[in-house]
Write a new protein. Structure first.
Length: 136
């Protein structure tokens, strides 16, 4: 699956979300997608993961992306890294970007939400819409 196809699958799965794809060439780390549902706004950095033995974010999640997600999370925003891997959607809170970048295997970084096809749209939507951003 490509990132574009993952994005299209999310739009089909969650049609009640007002989606805005962000196309930026500034390189400042702004996530790929902004969503709004029932007055709750959230941001998604989309990734498609491939490979069987060394599955990691080291080459795909950039430090600027991780920094943007962390700063937004510190400010109380809802932001996530959503990855598609085979038939799964894996989601991490945005504050965990640095953890993902520095681990050589995703097996060491348990996702905050893991869905297998058929994806449960209610569970995914509730996670995005209700997850509170509470810095510790």
């Amino acid at each position: 699956m490509t990132e574009k196809k993952f994005w299209q699958a999310l739009k089909r799965l969650l049609p009640d979300v007002h989606w805005q794809r962000i196309e930026t060439t500034t390189g400042c780390g702004i996530p790929d997608v902004n969503g709004c549902y029932k007055a709750g706004e959230f941001w998604l950095e989309l990734k498609v993961l491939k490979g069987k033995h060394s599955l990691s974010f080291q080459s795909s999640l950039k430090p600027l992306q991780s920094a943007w997600l962390f700063k937004r999370w510190l400010a109380g925003g809802r932001c996530f890294i959503a990855a598609c891997y085979e038939d799964e959607i894996l989601v991490w809170n945005g504050c965990r970007g640095n953890e993902l970048i520095h681990n050589t295997s995703l097996e060491l970084v348990e996702p905050d939400l893991k869905l297998t096809k058929p994806w449960d749209k209610g569970l995914l939507l509730n996670f995005f819409a209700a997850c509170t951003a509470q810095p510790s």
